[in-house]
Design a protein around this ligand. Structure first.
Ligand code: PEP
Ligand code: MN
Length: 264
């Protein structure tokens, strides 16, 4: 179902009447790694909106490597996301990690994110296929493009074709970056599938200094959008500060991206 030969035209994922992913316009989703507090989330939301982001990101359920690291505000975080959407008008994308939380997260989110660590959580994929909400499916840490597309197939085979793929870097021998951004995946997905694909240069690189270059490369390579971590005060972030852009750096990047989008 995810293969291009099953559908002539590209799938457009509808977030709301004004917002569609995969429909020519480059859609940028931005915000903090995690929902930390009402004040920080609101500040981040206004900052990314001012820069031209169309969707607010923020994790309420965080998949942390260490069980002792900040795990997210959970339902309280979801409520803050919904409140912030009411204030700013920005739809929200947030991660769901467990089938038991799926309905709860779906009550609050406009787009449900399935993270890299859960890309092959087949029970979660199947449930996501039965829910009437767009799904952002991140590529697994060590997944081939085919495995990633088959994960999307799990969702689609249950009746949900509203899937946005997200390349976020893969594990390689390279240690200079957190992951290795596979930009060729964008071109491959465009060749073999009709689903829209966006790129997350934040988790791909792990370093804010590299985010702009990879974001620009992603758009030039044909990505339908970006997922970017932005924090009002990265040095104090509870999660992924080193890869988070300041609002000023985000605004600068958004201006540069416009030039690239016009050129292609
Ligand atoms: C995230 O986007 O918040 C995240 C945890 O990313 P990934 O699943 O790509 O590691
Ligand atoms: Mn993060």
């Amino acid at each position: 179902l995810v293969a291009r030969q099953h559908l002539d035209q590209a799938t457009v994922v509808t977030i709301n009447e004004e917002l569609k992913v995969g429909d020519r316009e480059i859609i940028v989703m931005a915000g903090p790694c995690a929902v930390e507090s009402k004040e920080l989330l609101l500040a981040a939301a206004y900052a990314v909106k001012e820069g031209g982001a169309r969707v607010l990101r923020g994790g309420a359920f965080k998949p942390r490597t260490s069980p002792y690291a900040f795990q997210g505000l959970m339902e309280e975080g979801l409520k803050l996301l919904a409140e912030t959407r009411r204030e700013t008008g920005l739809p929200v994308v947030t991660e769901v990690m467990d089938t038991r939380d799926l309905e709860l997260v779906a009550e609050y989110a406009d787009i449900l994110q399935i993270g890299s660590r859960n890309m092959q959580n087949f029970a979660l994929l199947k449930e996501a296929g039965r829910i009437g909400k767009p799904i952002l499916l991140k590529r697994g840490l060590a997944a081939t493009i085919e495995e990633w597309l088959l994960a999307a197939e799990y969702i689609m085979s249950q009746g949900n074709d509203q899937i946005i793929l997200c390349e976020r870097g893969i594990r390689t021998f390279e240690t200079a970056t957190r992951n290795t951004l596979d930009l060729s995946a964008v071109a491959v997905v465009k060749e073999v599938s009709h689903l829209p694909v966006i790129v997350d240069p934040s988790h791909a690189t792990g370093r804010w200094q590299l985010v702009a270059a990879m974001a620009k490369g992603a758009i030039a390579a044909g990505a339908d959008g970006l997922l970017i971590e932005v924090h009002p005060n990265p040095a104090e972030a509870l999660c992924d500060g080193p890869q988070s852009l300041t609002p000023a750096n985000f605004h600068k990047l958004m201006q540069d991206l416009q030039k690239i989008a016009q050129a292609i």
